[in-house]
Design a protein around this ligand. Structure first.
Ligand code: ADP
Length: 603
C-alpha cells in the first residue's frame, strides 16, 4: 500500500529540494553521515549491551554503482531500522531517529531544533527520481524495504536482507541540459566528494575495494594541513548550520590531562538559543570513539554557545554518565576550555572588533547573564568582554575604554528601550551639555548585570535616572533645597494626586519640564522587565516626579496652588503622565488624561 508523507513533510520536501540545498553534492555527505551515526549507535550499544557483539574493524560503509540503472548504492552494517523506525524516520521529515536516540541516551527532552530537523536523508531527492532503502535492525529478524519517488509518497514492504544494516539505492534523475546527474556514478566524482566532505568519517568508506577516506578525525589532523574549508565543512555537517562559524579554536593539551579540542563559535544565534530547548555541551570522544553527544560538564553556562568536540585518552570507554561528572579529567578539561575560549574572545575583541561585535550581538546577552547569574560569581571572568553603547563615542565600548576615554571617576548609565529614546530623555540633556559620557543600556538584562557588578575597578556606577545622581554644585543645591522647603505644602498636595513617593523641584533638567526618577533598588527599567516576566510577581519602582525649577511651569503651579487647587490637580496628573510617557511607561488612565488636556487647551 502506498502511504502519503505527512502533509507538513510534503511541503518541506518541496521546499528543501528546491531551495535549502543549492549545492546538490552534499546529499552524499548527508547519507554517509547517517551511515556513520548508525555505526556509532551499534558500537555504542555493543559497549553497554552484552547481547550485541561487534568488532570495530568490521564496521564500514560501502559504495557501489549500477551503470545500467544509473544507480548509486550506499550501504552500512550499522544498527539498521525496523519497520516502525523506517516509517517514523523516513516517513516524516520533522521526526528524526537521531533525535529519539539522543533523548533516550540523555533521558531528557532538550534538543537542538535544527539538528532534529531531519532533512538530511531527503536531500537525496535532489538527485534521485526514486530511492529504495532496505534495512534490517539489530533488534529484528526481518528486513524491510522503504521505497519512494518523492512526490507521491512511499511504501514499505518486507525484504530479504540477512545482515543488520542499511542499503540505500538512489536511482539518479535523468540528465538535463544543465545538470549531468549521471556524474554521481563516475569514479572521479565519487572519490572527490568523499575526500572533500567525508574524509574524517571514522569508519572506512569503501568503493571498488579501495578505502577513500583517511579516517583521521579533523581534530587529530595536523593543523597546518587543514584548510578553512575543511573546518567549515566539518562544522556545517555536524551542526546543521548553513553559515560558516565566526571562529574556530583548534587546541590541544598534554600534561595533567591530555586532550584535543576542536571548538566553534557560531556566527549567529541558533533559532532556539534563548529557549529552554537549547542544550549546551561538547561531543566527548575517548580516543576517537564517541562517548557522549552533548557533554554539558565541559562548558560553563556562559559559554553555552560554543560547539565542538573534545577527544581525550584520560577517560575510559565505558564510563557511565554519572561517573563522568565526577571525573577529575573532565573538570580539568572544562576549566582549560573555559580559559581558552575567553582568551580567544578577548583577542578577537582587541584585534578584530567587527567580528567581535557580530559575536556580541549574537551572544552578548549570554555573557551579561553570566555576570548576573550565580550571585555574580563569574563576574570578574566576564566583565572585560562586555560592550555597551557610549553616548560620546556613539559606538560600543568596554568598561575599560569608557574609563580611559572619559577620564571620569564614575560610570554614568541610563537605560531605556532604544538608544534614541534614551538620548532624547530629559535626564540625559544636562550631562550632554557638560560633555559627560553615558553608557546607554537597552538590553533587558543590562541593569541586572550592572547591579551584579556593583563597581568596575573601583569606579562606581551611577544611574542618571536615579535620585542620587546629581551634577549640581553646593550653591545651586542650596537654592533647590530652599525652593522645595518653601513649597513643601504644595508638593505634598501634588503627591496626593498621583502615585509617586515624592514630588519635588530639581535643578538637573535643562529644557524639559518634568522627569521621573527612581529611588531604591528597583529602577524604572527593572520594573518594566520584572513585570513583563511570566510570573505572578509584580514590582513597583519607587518613583519621584521631578519638576524643572527653571521652567515657567514652576510659577504656574505655585499660582494654581494659591488660587485654584482643582486646576492644580489636573496639571499634576498631566505632568505625571508626561513623565511616564517619556520613560516609556504606560499611563493607567489615558482617557481621563486626554479629557484633562482637552479641558485645559480649550480654555
Ligand atoms: P537526521 O540525520 O538529521 O536525524 P535524516 O533525515 O538524515 O535526519 O535521517 C532520519 C533518521 O533516519 C536518522 O535520524 C536515523 O535515525 C535514521 N537513519 C537514516 N539513515 C540511517 C542509516 N543508514 N541507518 C540507520 N538509521 C538511519
Amino acid at each position: 500500500m502506498k502511504k502519503q508523507f505527512k502533509s507538513e513533510s510534503k511541503r518541506l520536501l518541496d521546499l528543501m529540494i528546491n531551495s535549502i540545498y543549492t549545492n546538490k553534492d552534499i546529499f552524499l555527505r548527508e547519507l554517509i553521515s547517517n551511515a556513520s551515526d548508525a555505526l556509532d549507535k551499534l558500537y555504542y550499544e555493543s559497549l553497554t549491551n552484552k547481547d550485541v557483539s561487534v568488532k570495530k574493524k568490521d564496521l564500514k560503509i560501502s559504495l557501489s554503482v549500477n551503470d545500467t540503472n544509473k544507480a548509486l548504492i550506499i550501504s552500512d552494517n550499522g544498527c539498521g531500522m525496523d519497520e516502525t523506525e523506517l516509517e517514523n524516520n523516513l516517513g516524516t521529515i520533522a521526526k528524526s531517529g537521531s533525535l529519539a536516540f539522543k533523548e533516550m541516551m540523555d533521558k531528557k527532552k532538550n534538543v537542538d531544533i535544527i539538528g532534529q530537523f531531519g532533512v538530511g536523508f531527503y536531500s537525496a531527492f535532489m538527485v534521485s527520481k526514486k530511492i529504495v532503502v532496505e534495512s534490517k535492525s539489530i533488534h529484528s529478524d526481518k528486513s524491510y524495504i522503504w521505497e519512494s519517488d518523492g512526490a507521491s509518497g512511499y511504501s514499505i514492504s518486507e525484504g530479504t536482507k540477512k545482515d543488520n544494516g542499511t542499503t540505500i539505492t538512489l536511482y539518479l534523475k535523468d540528465d538535463t541540459e544543465d545538470i549531468t546527474y549521471s556524474d554521481y556514478i563516475s569514479d572521479y566524482k565519487i572519490k572527490s566528494l568523499i575526500t572533500k566532505y567525508s574524509d574524517y568519517i571514522r569508519y572506512p568508506i569503501v568503493f571498488k575495494d579501495e578505502t577513500l577516506n583517511s579516517m583521521i578525525p579533523l581534530w587529530k589532523k595536523d593543523k597546518s594541513k587543514i584548510t578553512d574549508t575543511d573546518y567549515n565543512n566539518f562544522y556545517s555537517d555536524k551542526y546543521y548550520d548553513y553559515e560558516a562559524p565566526l571562529k574556530v579554536i583548534h587546541t590541544s593539551a598534554e600534561g595533567m590531562v591530555s586532550y584535543k579540542a576542536l571548538l566553534f563559535i557560531p556566527s549567529h544565534t541558533p533559532m532556539d538559543y534563548y529557549t529552554k530547548e537549547y542544550e549546551k555541551g561538547l561531543s566527548l570522544y575517548s580516543n576517537g570513539v564517541l562517548i557522549m553527544d552533548t557533554c554539558k560538564d565541559l562548558l560553563p553556562d556562559y559559554l553555552a554557545f560554543v560547539k565542538g568536540v573534545v577527544d581525550t585518552e584520560d577517560i575510559s570507554l565505558n564510563i557511565s554518565r554519572e561517573m563522568l561528572q565526577q571525573t577529575k579529567s573532565i573538570q580539568l578539561i572544562s576549566k582549560n576550555i573555559d580559559t581558552k575560549v575567553r582568551k580567544e574572545l578577548e583577542e578577537m575583541l582587541k584585534e578584530d572588533r567587527d567580528n567581535y561585535k557580530k559575536f556580541f550581538e549574537a551572544f552578548g546577552p549570554q555573557l551579561k547573564f553570566g555576570i548576573y547569574n550565580n550571585f555574580g560569581m563569574d563576574k570578574d571572568k566576564l566583565k572585560d568582554l562586555i560592550l555597551l553603547y557610549s553616548s560620546k563615542k556613539k559606538d560600543l565600548v568596554t568598561f575599560k575604554e569608557y574609563i580611559e576615554e572619559s577620564g571620569q571617576d564614575v560610570i554614568y548609565y541610563a537605560s531605556g528601550e532604544t538608544i534614541d529614546k534614551i538620548d532624547n530623555s530629559p535626564q540625559v540633556e544636562p550631562y550632554k551639555e557638560k560633555d559627560i559620557d553615558i553608557l546607554y543600556l537597552t538590553d533587558y538584562i543590562d541593569e541586572f548585570m550592572i547591579s551584579a557588578l556593583g563597581e568596575y575597578e573601583g569606579k562606581k556606577f551611577v544611574n542618571i535616572k536615579e535620585e542620587k545622581s546629581d551634577l549640581e554644585d553646593e550653591k545651586s543645591k542650596e537654592v533647590t533645597k530652599k525652593l522645595n522647603e518653601e513649597n513643601k505644602d504644595m508638593l505634598e498636595s501634588m503627591k496626593g494626586y498621583i502615585d509617586v513617593s515624592e514630588v519635588r523641584f530639581t535643578n538637573k533638567l535643562k529644557n524639559h519640564p518634568v522627569c521621573l526618577s527612581s529611588k531604591g533598588d528597583i529602577s524604572l527599567e527593572m520594573e518594566k522587565v520584572i513585570n513583563a516576566m511570566p510570573t505572578d510577581e509584580t514590582v513597583k519602582a519607587e518613583s519621584i516626579l521631578e519638576i524643572n525649577e527653571n521652567h515657567p511651569i514652576k510659577d504656574k503651579l505655585i499660582e494654581l496652588y494659591n488660587n485654584n487647587k482643582e486646576e492644580l490637580e489636573k496639571y499634576t496628573k498631566i505632568l505625571y503622565s508626561e513623565a511616564r510617557l517619556i520613560e516609556g511607561l504606560q499611563i493607567d488612565n489615558p482617557s481621563e488624561i486626554s479629557s484633562l488636556i482637552c479641558d485645559i487647551i480649550s480654555k
